[in-house]
Design a binder for this molecule. Structure first.
Ligand SMILES: [Zn+2]
Length: 303
């Protein structure tokens, strides 16, 4: 058993995960805007409290836990998290206090990679030794697996699929570059464009906007936005397929809620425009299946 922790921009989840990837016990809390003062201390004390609660409820001791894994956004260097934009945090040094408190090894990995690990071991891509995981959410993250092994560069986290440039002099990206994949294909970008087109009120939540996208998917007004989105997504996915030649491309993030509508169109676009270098009978693009638990499960399954 390992402890998996998922630190998101608006939510913290801590779970006890069994050897088959099953979550045995889970505690979660939302991070509210008013929590953002001293957020680093709050995250650490919340995580410690949740771990202790879980151990108590399951009637086990810390000695029965293998390690503590953390799925986190931001940049990870020397087991420390830097530049978590959504939490306005320059640095989150969470490994040291947890190691000190629980006398356990703490492993930290990028959240998209953790979700990819979970899908690869227990979810949509478990049958595919070579696969790509693509998270379409606020931004775009991802992971690549070749022969069941996560592809990882030695010195930097890499796999910044979201900052692959797919349009010369395109939309400005928060990374400082222009035309990045995520400025066209993140769910945030799609939601913003649909909300503008349909003149939706600003008060709508992300889930409500997704419902509006589903409701108006075939509307004439929305058609050009969807068409553009599909074309750019097809280019991004085709680029990744041409580089990694995965057996399956798995897409997670809030995209899963519109995947049944969009994936067939993307597959058609890739086929019609002949975007793949190597011909294949069928390109398998599937939605992720572990949902919000993927971060916790993946963090508890880091090798
Ligand atoms: Zn960028």
């Amino acid at each position: 058993m390992n402890i998996g922790i998922d630190i998101g921009g608006s939510h913290i989840g801590v779970g006890l995960v069994g050897s088959s990837g099953k979550i045995i016990n889970k505690k979660e809390v939302d991070i509210l805007p008013e929590d953002k003062k001293n957020i680093d201390k709050k995250i650490i004390t919340t995580v410690e409290k949740f771990i202790k609660q879980i151990l108590k409820e399951q009637d086990i001791t810390i000695k029965e836990i293998g390690y503590i894994g953390i799925a986190s956004p931001g940049m990870i260097e020397n087991n420390c998290i830097y530049n978590v934009v959504n939490l306005d945090l320059e640095k989150l040094d969470i490994a040291k206090p947890l190691e000190k408190e629980f006398k356990l090894e703490v492993k930290i990995k990028n959240d998209a990679k953790c979700a990819g690990i979970a899908e690869s071991m227990y979810g949509s891509t478990k049958t595919a030794q070579d696969n790509i995981y693509l998270c379409l959410g606020t931004g775009i993250g991802g992971a690549a697996f070749l022969s069941n092994k996560l592809v990882e560069p030695r010195y930097r986290s890499g796999m910044e699929f979201g900052h692959m440039i797919i349009q010369k002099d395109g939309r400005e990206c928060k990374c400082g570059s222009k035309g990045c994949f995520e400025t066209y294909c993140s769910m945030k970008s799609l939601k913003r464009q649909i909300a503008e087109t349909l003149e939706l009120p600003n008060s709508l939540s992300g889930t409500e906007i997704v419902n509006e996208i589903r409701k108006h998917f075939n509307d004439l007004r929305v058609e050009p936005v969807i068409k553009d989105y599909v074309q750019y997504l097809a280019i991004g996915i085709a680029n990744l397929v041409n580089i990694f030649e995965p057996e399956i491309v798995c897409i997670g993030g809030s995209f899963v809620f519109i995947s049944d509508l969009v994936i067939p169109k993307v597959k058609e676009e890739i086929k019609n425009k002949k975007l793949l270098f190597n011909e294949r009978k069928e390109l398998k693009i599937v939605p992720a299946m572990l949902g919000n638990d993927a971060g916790i499960i993946g963090a508890a399954s880091i090798l």
